[in-house]
Design a protein around this ligand. Sequence first.
Ligand code: IPM
Ligand code: MG
Length: 366
Amino acid sequence: MEFQVGVIKGDGIGPEIVTEAQKVLDAIGKKYSHKFVYEDILMGGCSIDATGVPLTDHAIEQALSKQAVLMGSIGGNTATSPWYKLEPSLRPEAGLLKLRKALNLFANLRPAYLYEELKEACPLRDDIIGDGFDMMIMRELTGGLYFGERKTEEVDGVMTAVDTLSYNENEIRRIAKRGFDIAMKRRKKVTSVDKANVLDSSRLWRKIVEEVAKDYPEVTYEHMLVDNCAMQLVKDPKQFDVILTENMFGDILSDEASMVTGSIGMLSSASLNDTKFGLYEPSGGSAPDIAGKGIANPIATILSAAMMLRYSFDLDKEADAIENAVKSVLKENYRTIDIMPQEEDKRALVTQVGTKEMGDLIAARV
Ligand code: IPM
Ligand code: MG
């Protein structure tokens, strides 16, 4: 079959890691007789440089015309890049937020999984790691503080900034359903995270999640306050299966969850709407400090391409092939620099490779 894929290479390490993911997709295409037709879409700093804005209407139209979009990363060094001298609505990140909203990508899936082969990279103690952990952060992506009304103005002679956190019951219900649906395919546990001891939006969140839970009697669910969740993620990450939460909490907790796996360069993500369409991107950022050096880890982007095959194209067998190829190269002890073991004696046992070699190794094994 033929699939239309938009490709946002973006900034920093984005172009390097996306190129490797396309290489792996093409290997899948060859083996399983599919054709992936790519069209580049500009977003982020590169779009600012070319057009003056981080996302043009043309780029949105391009994305809308595709079955899925594969993305690298956007943005630069916030302290030194000229992009961050522009007003906030013209900076690289504004492009991503605009795209999420324009495509109604309300469901953000961020798996955080501890690879057996990469246990040494996990910063937690062995007794906490146990048999490892495997969770899915389900983050609401088009509501809350990110999209509420905001302003900065002088009130009675004092500069005052306001951001608004608002959710309606429909927005909560649709993400909660997605969270429970995903839990049904996993270990059937949902931890809904909120701050219901303080926030009205969280109290509504809790009420609606409780209603949705009634339709999923097989799923065990619990509520957890976000500060406690931040603590539990390092104290006992094994307890989590699906973490269901609003936009801002999900932003913070997903970085924390990826860090406890020790390998943010390994983690993929998907942003989905009500259709089969999805935007797929690695969890990590644009890493401008290592851009162009050929050392970035392409695995998260390659695994994001696998998620694309699974969620947007229903190609489960092909997605499995990519995931198994990744596991193989890890078993064969190939590592990019970010997942090299810390101890000298263990380093001697593995082979360090660059971005392109890692892509080649994985493509050869699909
Ligand atoms: C993420 C990022 C974005 C977010 C930024 C780049 C706007 O941190 O995808 O987690 O906050 O959502
Ligand atoms: Mg983030």
